[in-house]
Structures are given as C-alpha cells and as structure tokens.
Design a protein around this ligand. Structure first.
Ligand code: UDP
Length: 354
C-alpha cells in the first residue's frame, strides 16, 4: 500500500506537544515500512524525526482541544498548519492508496467527502467538542469502517456512532525498553503537563508517602505547572524535562511504580504500556484506557477515580506486584508486530470496501 499519514496539528513531531499520538504515528509508520508498504508522513515544520520520510509543512499550530469548552466553535489561527497539511494532502493524493488522519480536528473529517482517495481517521482522544463529535458521527455514517479508536472506553464517550468501529489498542517496540527488577525508592509520573493529566494528585501521593516523584514530560500549560510548584514547595518531586524514549525508560525502570492520575477519560495511555515493558507496575484511576490495560492486583492497581487516599494505599502495597508479570504482560498484549498487524488489517479493509 502507498500510505500518506497526516499528523497532529498541535505540535511538530518529536516535541511531545502532540502527546501519545506522536509515538503512535512513529510506531505505525515503522511497522508499515517494515512490512514493505510505502509511507510518507506530513507534519508541522520543526518536526525532529530524521529517520522517517517526513514532509514538513509551515503554519501556525492548532489550539489543543483539551483547553476549549465542549460548546466552543471550531477555531483556526491565521495561516493554519492544519489547513496547509490538508492542502498538501489534496495535491498529492493521487500518488497514494490511502490517507490516514491522526489529527483530532474538525477539518479533516469535514474534508473527507471532498477527497478522491479514502481517508482512515485514527481518533486519539475521547469526546471533547460537540462540533467535532457531530462531524465524526457524520463521517462514520457516510464512510463505514473508516474510524479507528484506541479503546472501547474511549469510543463510548462519543454517542450515536455507526458501527463498525475499530479498536486498535497500541503497541511499542519492546526492545527499546529495558526490564529493571530492582528499582530505587522512587515513583514516576509521565506525560504532558496539562490540567487534564492530574499531576497534582501524584505530587500529593509523593508528599504523603514521602517517596520521591520523578516527573517527565512536556510542560504544555506553564501556569498549571507554576501552580503545582507553589502549592507543593518542598523538594519531594523533581522535574526532569521531556526526555527521549531511551532516557525516559532508564529513569522509569528505576521507579517502584508509575502513577497515572488523569482527570479525564484517557483514551489509552501509551505511558502505561511503556511502564509495564520496563517491569514497572502502574497505579491508576479506574476509568478510560488504563482501566482496560492494567490488571488490578497483577500488573498494578486500579483505584477509585480522584481518590488520593486510595492511590496512597496502592502505593504502599506495590511490593505485592511481580515486576516480571508486568513485562510479560506488555510482551503478550502490546507487541510491535501485533500493532502493525491490526493497523495493516484495518487499512486493507478500508481499501477492500471501495
Ligand atoms: N513521553 C516522552 N518523554 C517524556 C515524557 C513522555 O517521550 O519525558 C511520551 C511517552 O512516551 C508517551 C507520551 O509522551 O508516548 C504521552 O502519551 P500518553 O498516551 O500517555 O498521553 P497523551 O499525552 O496522549 O494524553
């Protein structure tokens, strides 16, 4: 297949601004290339991946959907990179069999009927905007089978979707994550630093348990981060920056657990499987993607959403989890090859249906 991947419009690839979907785009592209397909990625200028075929498109980044209200109208900046990427896709479409949209934006859904090549839409977050929801429902109806999600708990946040829906889960190159059996007395928190990610809950756990917390990820909301630093002035947590996968997995592996504390319905949580791959159990709120991935009492603990005291209890019981089981679970359920097979099957189905 000749595949054109159109990336997220909220940040250049490799900066962390796009969150987990960056890793997902990277991994699927690699898998498709390994399987002999031709892949071209279209992404905002400033993307730093140099080992994959990338066309860099200039323009202003899209505002993140998480910072907007559900009823807000669709907003586009002047000279929008989103529109510029899709204009490029329009011009080169006849060189490809399938276009794959990874942007959580209204425009690519709206444009779908105007293209003469099929478009697969991979939706990377739960429902956040009424206008986008409506457009996704419309595309699902008009082009059955072209909408893909990470998980069922994510898809269920969108109402009135016409089946078939595809739940594609995620997967990682396990060879890049080293298993660590003997952690230090420290906890990890990973992800974009933005209110919906609930970092303050993990900091509170560190303060109560007095176990130091290593924080890694892109600061997306500077005010939110400043607020956390003001509210928790002691040095029980340390911010290490946005690290490469290799640097990140080294620190992560040395942690007793990953704290996953989202205040929204997390669509998947790539960091959960990255953590399991290092042998690090995950403690998370019982909702969204993490609740589908973590096996309570086996690969971590699932606790009552937003309950700090339950997070603390789980942290104190973390020694009950066998780190080998965590790694084995990542190998059994989230392999790179299985990820490639699921996406390849989905793409072929879309092409076969035409
Ligand atoms: N990440 C990283 N370096 C860091 C912290 C995070 O590369 O220092 C990556 C991590 O590998 C994951 C992504 O950031 O792929 C966060 O994705 P997740 O699916 O957990 O959440 P999202 O940001 O999509 O809501």
């Amino acid at each position: 297949m000749k595949l054109l991947f159109v990336s997220t419009s909220v940040g250049p690839l490799g900066t962390g601004l796009g969150g987990g979907v960056e890793l997902t785009v990277y991994n699927i592209a690699q898998q498709m290339i390994q399987r002999g397909h031709q892949v071209q990625i279209v992404a905002p200028a400033g993307s730093t991946w140099d080992n994959l075929p990338l066309v860099q498109i200039p323009g202003n980044l899209q505002i993140i959907a998480q910072s907007q209200e559900r009823t807000d109208p669709i907003i586009m900046p002047e000279n929008p990179v989103l529109a510029n990427m899709w204009d490029y896709a329009r011009q080169v479409q006849t060189d490809y069999d399938l276009i794959v949209n990874f942007a959580y934006d209204w425009l690519p859904f709206y444009l779908t009927p105007f293209f003469n090549r099929p478009i697969a839409h991979f939706v990377s977050m739960g429902s956040l905007s009424d206008a986008l929801d409506q457009m996704i429902v419309q595309v699902a109806k008009q082009f059955p089978g072209t909408i893909g999600f990470y998980t069922a708990s994510q898809a269920i946040t969108f109402s009135q979707l016409t089946p078939p829906l595809h739940y594609l889960s995620s997967g990682i190159d396990l060879g890049l994550y080293q298993f660590c059996l003997h952690p230090k007395q420290q906890l990890a928190w990973l992800g974009r630093i933005s209110p919906e990610k609930g970092l303050e809950d993990a900091v509170a756990v560190a303060q109560i348990t007095q176990i130091p917390l290593k924080i890694m990820g892109k600061i997306q909301d500077e005010l939110y981060w400043q607020q956390i630093c003001e509210n928790y002035p002691n040095d029980i947590f340390e911010y290490l920056g946005f690290l490469s996968t290799n640097e990140m997995q080294q620190v992560l592996g040395e942690c007793r657990a990953l704290l996953m504390t989202p205040h929204w319905v997390e669509a998947f949580g790539n960091v959960v499987i990255e953590s399991l791959a290092c042998g690090v159990p995950v403690i998370s709120y019982r909702r969204g993607g993490p609740a589908e991935i973590i096996q309570d009492g086996k690969t971590g603990f699932l606790v009552e959403p937003d309950s700090i005291s339950e997070l603390v209890n789980a942290t104190q019981r973390i020694g009950e989890i066998d780190r080998h089981t965590c790694r084995a679970d990542a190998e059994a359920q989230f392999s790179f090859e299985a990820l490639g097979s699921r996406f390849e099957k989905w793409f072929k189905e879309i092409l076969g249906n035409r």
